[in-house]
Structures are given as C-alpha cells and as structure tokens.
Design a protein around this ligand. Sequence first.
Ligand code: 4NP
Length: 157
Amino acid sequence: MTRLLFVCLGNICRSPTAHGVMQKKVEELGLDWIHVDSAGTAAYHVGKKPDSRTLAEASKAGYDLSRLTARQVKESDFYEYDYIFAMDSENFRNLKALRPVGSKASLHLALEFTDVDGTDVPDPYYGGASGFRDVLNLCEMLCDDILKMISEGNMRA
Ligand code: 4NP
C-alpha cells in the first residue's frame, strides 16, 4: 500500500478537494494499492464537512466530497503515510516543523510536480467562487502529476 495525505490549513477547502479528486482517479484507474486521506494543520474545523462552496464546485465537476470530515494532522501521520503533500508553502513549513525526526513520510509541496506559476494552491476561504474553481482545476492537474510520478517510481524520498 502507498499512502498519500493532502494537508491544508482547515481541511475544509483545498485538501478535501485534492483528496476527493485523487480518490476518484485512483478508483477509475483501479489503483487499489493507493490510499488517500486529508487533514488540516489547524483545528478550527475538526469534525466538519467540507465548506459548502467546496462541495458545490466539486459536485459540478462530478466529485462527491460530502462524506469527508475534517481532522487535524497528527504526529502518527508522519509514520503512517508515505507521502504528505502540503497545499501551500506556509503549511509546508508548519508540517516540516511538526515532522518527528526519523519518521518515514516524504514531505512535498502538492504543486511540486506540476508546471504552473507559483508553489501554492491559493487559499480560497475569504474570496469568491472563482477561487474555488481554481482550487479544483489545480487539484485535477496536481493529482494527475502526482499519480504519474508515483506510478513511474520517480518520486524522491
Ligand atoms: P483550507 O481553507 O485550508 O483550504 O481548508 C481554509 C479554511 C478555513 C480557514 C482558512 C482557510 N479559516 O481561517 O477558518
């Protein structure tokens, strides 16, 4: 099993989108050796469903995120997941600081393998609908690129 964890701040907008998009791709491609999850570095929204704007945008594109529930990232994640993908550089920095010495998870920026300007999937929370559409588009791209890297065995540890 190869285990992937997407992490943003609240786990109600960006990382659940990446989670749902990756889950669907993995199912469609029959990649049952890949397990996907998501979490937030902050605890504000623990136990909540994804933001209604995230659910709406995903639903329009054919993804059902309604069964996802926010949780906070925890120390054991760094031992249980093979790859942890931060949705932006601030969460990347916070994850690096949380990572226990000797844990196995390989920590990356989610956009590291994607040919776009910038390193971050922008936080859409305080903006309008177009930000949520941008998140979905970026997640579709980055999930394809991550799957390609993993299946080709090119992901560095
Ligand atoms: P996310 O978006 O990190 O993509 O889930 C946010 C959700 C909530 C907040 C900020 C960003 N907040 O400040 O509550």
